[in-house]
Design a protein around this ligand. Structure first.
Ligand code: TEU
Length: 573
């Protein structure tokens, strides 16, 4: 069992566009983050993951990079960035950047040159293919691949008469990682930021960088195409090993790869400590489980038993020589409390339960901005209020060009859309919630809940979700067993309870840490659990405040938990 700082860290993700505006353009910026660093520090986290701040035309809010070495003007300057990094380090925290290297913006200088002619030195930086003439004499794209964000994954370019591949929007052409010059460029970018002193990277869709060839996909469901055709291509591990050996291994930094289509078989390869690739990945086991056959905007209910299995399976897969990451939300998925908790009558309690879940799992926990105050999904009543390209493209494809009822589509967006997590951070109850000045139009509307859900109100309230996040994070830091111990769930078959032991072992071998039991009732009804044979609760450590009488008296072998109640105990011996 290797103990390192990034295993023991708690990470906080900032989506800069929605964090804090200081310049009056309605868009969050770097000086805004600097201004709010004390909030982040107060939470007790160790690392900030900053979503992209590089120069970008913002077709996908910065995930379309036009210059990897420049800061987006809307967000500020490189001097601002340096001050931010310094402010983070001064407070004893670290910063990881978002490396988006599967694709660039079509406004990146490489692509502008690449598309200018068939025979220039950047042509092969991207993936260009001739079209295929159908029996009708009409030119078709090279294959039937679809984009993650609706429509075909190929765009015809009139200058050369060829198509380029874009797995995301047409303004996000895929880089050709087969080309060693491209890999060298990316390695140089990584080195540039590491030399500046950043502490690592979150690597966007890293599972997609190696393509498997360009055969048609035989799959009807897009998620099957992701897993079997787009992800985990033949050279992905080689490319990551090369990047690690040539650059990353020379620095004491952390890396976490994001990737759709990474399954239990492939996942461990990315993170195995002997292979020299990444420290962690974000698996999507629980992020795709509420999508129906129609994909992202075809939501289905969470299967609670399956939800628990996902945690167990990934814990087991990643703990053998690798390391897991644990998260309940990020900038692409709904608000955690709305999705996995109850954002109505049990809003406060269920948000605290989710914090308990996050902070008592093995792996490195990630908190997404606003989660620490229980921010909820938003339900704008018109598609015009939405800004996310994934949502808008799906609307065009399914409603404008198709057969889907607009209201029904909008209901799906209320459940699954990415703008649920991109409304401005709710700092206080003033108009615009302290995100931007009152007379400034924010780039996206606020969630009207800011009047009662905001940082200021919660800072003053000892029973707030914010107060509990602080407590739960400090609790994790004080109990290393929660970081390193095995995970052993005893309620897999239960429809309400997620209860687990964290015995003082790692992969079955005693590790010297205390043993714990975590009891979570993830339902709106009371529930009773019987402890596994031989388990004796010892000291009561943490609860989400329901104060069930059970914790006062010596615990018996069966415990009743109130709706959304969470309890953490040590166990004997
Ligand atoms: O997301 C990759 C990814 O898997 C998304 O397709 C995800 O499934 C989708 O957003 C869910 O709705 C990363 C970034 O996190 C995302 O913000 C970017 O849009 C995308 O890559 C392209 O860079």
């Amino acid at each position: 069992m290797n103990q390192t700082w990034w295993k023991e860290a708690v990470v906080y993700q900032i989506y800069p566009r929605s964090f804090q505006d200081t310049t009056g353009n309605g868009v969050g910026d770097i000086r805004g983050i600097i201004q709010r660093l004390d909030h982040v520090k107060a939470l007790g986290v160790d690392v900030i993951w900053l979503s992209p701040v590089y120069e970008s035309p913002n077709d996908d809010n910065g995930y379309d990079i036009a210059d990897y070495r420049a800061i987006m003007a809307e967000f500020g300057t490189m001097a601002d960035f340096d001050e931010l990094l310094d402010g983070i380090h001064t407070r004893g925290m670290k910063l990881i950047m978002d490396l988006v290297a599967n694709h660039t913006s079509d406004e990146h200088a490489w692509f502008e040159k690449s598309r200018a002619s068939k025979d220039n030195d950047k042509r092969d930086y991207y993936i260009w293919k001739p079209g295929v003439k159908g029996p009708d004499g009409v030119m078709h794209p090279p294959n039937n691949w679809g984009s993650f964000f609706s429509g075909p994954a190929w765009e015809f370019d009139a200058t050369s008469g060829e198509y380029y591949l874009h797995l995301f929007t047409r303004k996000q052409p895929d880089l050709n990682w087969e080309n060693p010059a491209v890999r060298k460029e990316i390695a140089d970018v990584v080195e540039f930021w590491l030399e500046k002193g950043v502490d690592g990277f979150r690597m966007d869709v890293i599972s997609l960088i190696s393509k498997r060839g360009y055969e048609n996909t035989p799959y009807k469901e897009f998620n099957d195409t992701i897993t079997n055709v787009y992800a985990n291509g033949p050279r992905v591990h080689e490319f990551l090993q090369e990047l690690y050996t040539n650059v990353i291994s020379k620095y004491d930094v952390m890396t976490v790869g994001e990737g759709p289509g990474i399954d239990l078989e492939e996942g461990p390869k990315y993170v195995n400590e002997d292979r020299g690739e990444l420290n962690m990945i974000f698996h999507f086991g629980h992020m795709f489980m509420d999508q129906g056959p129609g994909g992202k905007f075809d939501p289905i209910p969470i299967d609670f038993r399956r939800f628990k299995e996902v945690f167990v399976e990934w814990d087991q897969a990643m703990s053998k020589g690798g390391w897991n990451s644990v998260f309940l939300s990020n900038h692409d998925f709904p608000r955690a409390v709305s999705r996995f908790g109850n954002d109505g009558p049990h809003w406060n309690t269920s948000a605290k339960l989710l914090a308990t879940l996050l902070m008592t799992m093995r792996g490195t926990p990630y908190v997404y901005q606003g989660e620490e105050i229980g921010m909820k999904n938003v339900a704008f009543d018109s598609i015009d209020a939405y800004r996310d390209v994934e949502t808008l493209n799906a609307y065009s494809e399914q409603v404008l060009d198709g057969t889907r009822d607009p209201d029904e589509f909008l209901r799906a967006v209320h459940i699954m859309g990415r703008d649920n997590v991109r409304t401005p951070m709710q700092w206080d109850a003033s108009p615009h919630a302290g995100f931007c000045a009152e007379d400034v139009e924010p780039w996206i509307q606020l969630n009207p809940s800011y009047t009662h859900i905001n940082v200021t109100a919660q800072e003053e309230d000892p029973d707030s979700i914010f107060a509990f996040y602080k407590k739960a994070i400090a609790f994790r830091k004080a109990h290393k067993g929660l970081v390193y111990n095995d995970l052993d769930v005893w309620t897999l078959e239960d429809d309400q309870l997620f209860c687990y032991l964290r015995p003082g072992t790692t992969n079955g071998a005693k590790n010297g840490f205390q043993s714990y039991a975590v009891l979570l009732n993830m339902s709106d009804r009371p529930a009773v659990t019987t402890l596994p044979e031989g388990v004796i609760l010892s000291e009561f450590l943490l609860s989400n405040g329901l104060g069930s009488s059970a914790m006062q008296k010596p615990p018996s072998s069966s415990l009743e938990l109130q709706p959304w109640e969470a309890q953490v105990w040590t166990t004997k011996p």
